[in-house]
Design a protein. Structure first.
Length: 211
């Protein structure tokens, strides 16, 4: 039984960080673990998209005993919106959100994906829709902007609360829980961390029963 502090080693990137901010995880990198249970998917780092709160969520879950089964993935093209997001500001100009084949495999290897996509409501919905169209995984959505299950269902995203009409379903994966009010670039409040951890632990228990 450990007494006092417990040391954890977290590998935050595939390769050495380069240039300014080289100590942080760069785009297109994954921190893998012993078991593939939970993966935290974050936007690409930059002036507006930083590693918080993704690292805080990862650390919080590790402290709750998920330390050997949680990975962190920083997307290579995590900024902007998907090119098929019609009528959304930024859809036809600037950065284009997307997934590589390798990232799809990395996400689908896990049972639960925590998806963090920032502060623009329509962007959050379309990014989640894009990921879950490609990846068959149970998702916990974490955002700053307020979103609900109906927002996702309207775009053909399967959710645990509201399901789109059968002929409009676009996703293989499903949104199982939503935690809004998590400010981008800042450490989540204790209340929000409790919400995130609780949602993930409930899903993990359900997965264990199904297995």
């Amino acid at each position: 039984m450990p007494i006092g502090r417990v040391t954890q080693v977290v590998d935050c990137r595939e390769a050495m960080g380069m240039g300014k901010g080289g100590g942080l995880a760069n785009r297109g990198t994954i921190s893998e673990c012993r078991y593939s249970d939970v993966i935290v998917v974050g936007m690409s780092p930059g002036r507006r998209h930083v590693t918080k709160p993704v690292c805080d969520i990862t650390s919080g879950l590790r402290q709750q005993g998920v330390e050997y089964s949680i990975s962190t993935l920083v997307l290579n093209a995590g900024n902007g919106v998907p090119p098929d997001a019609k009528g959304i500001s930024g859809a036809l100009s600037g950065a284009s959100f997307g997934l590589t084949d390798k990232e799809i495999v990395q996400i689908e290897r896990h049972k639960i994906a925590i998806l963090h996509h920032g502060n623009v409501r329509s962007h959050v919905v379309h990014k989640v829709r894009f990921i879950l169209t490609a990846c068959d995984v149970k998702a916990v959505v974490v955002s700053q902007a307020p979103v609900d299950y109906e927002d996702f269902a309207k775009e053909g995203v399967k959710t645990s609360v509201v399901m789109p009409p059968a002929d409009r379903i676009k996703t293989k994966g499903m949104v199982m829980a939503i935690i809004s009010g998590v400010t981008r670039g800042q450490t989540p409040t204790r209340e929000k961390m409790v919400e995130i951890i609780s949602a993930v632990m409930k899903l993990m228990k359900k997965q264990e029963k199904m297995e």
